[in-house]
Design a protein around this ligand. Structure first.
Ligand SMILES: Nc1ncnc2c1ncn2[C@@H]1O[C@H](COP(=O)(O)OP(=O)(O)O)[C@@H](O)[C@H]1O
Ligand SMILES: [Mg+2]
Length: 248
């Protein structure tokens, strides 16, 4: 049963900012070991979904569970301690710190020990560029490099689930491919991934399941293969025009 293997679940979630009702009775089921992708147009509540998982905003109704336990009332730090790591919009590195210091911050829940060095080596192996730049001030890195540091920092926490908000945003095509390759590698090494992505083509090429949000409501859910075959998705997110029958 899929439901016995869930790592994260939204049950009937509503989220508001003051009077603005953003998420409306949203349900997600993220199974352990999957890459799940959240698609949707501008301002439909994708980032709000990620913020609701991390506890940056609190839902006004409904339940969020992680490994079967309710987490929606817990502070962000406790959610991180339980194994959820964010790679949120704009990357939010500490810009005046070096790359190495940013990676250290990712592991702040643990003291430096053999594990720290192992994790650091793993990050440097996944991101050779990050290793090269380890002593550089983070604010001076390119966008693609900052994204890699942000992903590396998330991995330093040894998370069970990584929540990514638009990991390919603002990256050149070469970096986009690298970032998606690395997401897939991280997943194969055992970490569940929930990501928001505008680049639906790339996202659906590595995802197992996907959800589509429209003005705060889930309008479609299914496997990545079903999504790729869906005419509505092909037209709205994969950049394919529907050819009128008369023109065929
Ligand atoms: N902190 C906030 N305060 C008030 N409104 C917000 C806040 N954050 C987002 N919103 C509004 O909530 C809606 C959904 O935003 P968001 O989840 O960021 O959308 P997106 O799908 O583009 O990531 C938007 O209309 C946005 O303007
Ligand atoms: Mg957003």
């Amino acid at each position: 049963m899929r439901s016995s293997n869930l790592i994260l679940e939204f049950k009937g979630i509503d989220t508001h900012y003051g009077d603005l009702h953003v998420l409306k009775n949203v349900n997600y089921e993220i199974a352990k070991g999957e890459i799940v992708c959240l698609l949707g147009g501008n301002a439909c509540g994708k980032s709000t979904t990620m913020k609701t998982i991390m506890g940056v905003v609190r839902p006004t109704r409904g339940i969020v569970t992680f490994e079967g336990e309710e987490i929606h009332r817990l502070p962000t730090a406790e959610r991180v301690r339980r194994g959820i790591a964010p790679v949120l919009e704009a990357r939010r590195l500490f810009p005046r710190m070096t790359v190495f210091e940013n990676l250290e911050m990712g592991a702040y829940t643990r003291a430096h020990g053999p594990e720290f060095n192992e994790d650091l080596e793993r990050v440097y192996e996944l991101f050779p560029r990050v290793k090269e730049r380890r002593n550089q001030i983070s604010g001076t890195l390119s966008g693609g490099e900052q994204q890699m540091v942000a992903m590396g920092r998330a991995l330093m926490a040894r998370p069970k689930l990584i929540c990514m908000d638009e990991p390919s945003m603002g990256l050149s095509p070469l970096y986009v491919e690298q970032v998606f390759d690395i997401i897939q590698t991280i997943n194969k090494q055992g970490t569940t991934i929930f990501m928001v992505e505008q680049n639906a083509n790339m996202a659906l090429s590595i995802a197992h399941h996907a959800y589509v949000l429209q003005t705060g409501q889930v309008v479609l859910a299914g496997t990545a293969a079903e999504m790729r075959a869906n005419p509505m998705i092909r037209e709205a997110y994969l950049g394919e025009m529907q050819v009128p029958a008369a023109a065929q």
